[in-house]
Design a protein around this ligand. Structure first.
Ligand code: THU
Length: 135
């Protein structure tokens, strides 16, 4: 699975986004250490706060299937499904990544039709509060 292929799956996952309130369609594709892929989309709610992001959908799908070791995640998003720039993971999703992923976990953020930038979890969540702090 190349980075480009993972990004393509994230873009594809945008199609299932349930976004009647914001119109922002987001997709994610997560690669596990065991080589499996879990995709996710954002799912909004009339009560707003139950909304779940695409990244957490993908991570929770994987964890609920017994996977806890992850290599990388690709993320793509944009208003009405049109990617006009990078749509980076929100703070809550970064915190969920910190629960399961090492600091070198890779986040591929799609920026356009054929482009992405690569970040690490420690790039986007420095000085994290993580499981080490509650042992
Ligand atoms: N969203 C995600 O799916 N991932 C993020 O990391 C940022 C935000 C979604 C939530 C909401 O449905 C929409 O984007 C606008 O905030």
């Amino acid at each position: 699975m190349t980075n480009e292929e993972l990004c393509t799956l994230a873009v594809k996952a945008m199609e299932n986004a349930y976004v009647p309130y914001s119109g922002y369609k987001v997709g994610a594709a997560l690669l596990t250490k065991s080589g499996k892929i879990y995709t996710g989309c954002n799912i909004e709610n009339a009560s707003y706060s139950p909304t779940v992001c695409a990244e957490r959908t993908a991570i929770f799908k994987a964890v609920s299937e017994g996977e806890r070791e992850f290599l990388k995640i690709a993320v793509a998003g944009g208003k009405n499904g049109v990617i006009t720039g990078e749509f980076p993971p929100c703070g809550v999703c970064r915190q969920v990544m910190a629960e399961f992923c090492i600091p070198d976990f890779k986040i591929l953020v799609v920026g356009g039709e054929n482009s992405f930038n690569e970040y690490t979890l420690s790039d986007i969540l420095p000085f994290s509060f993580n499981p080490e702090h509650v042992k």
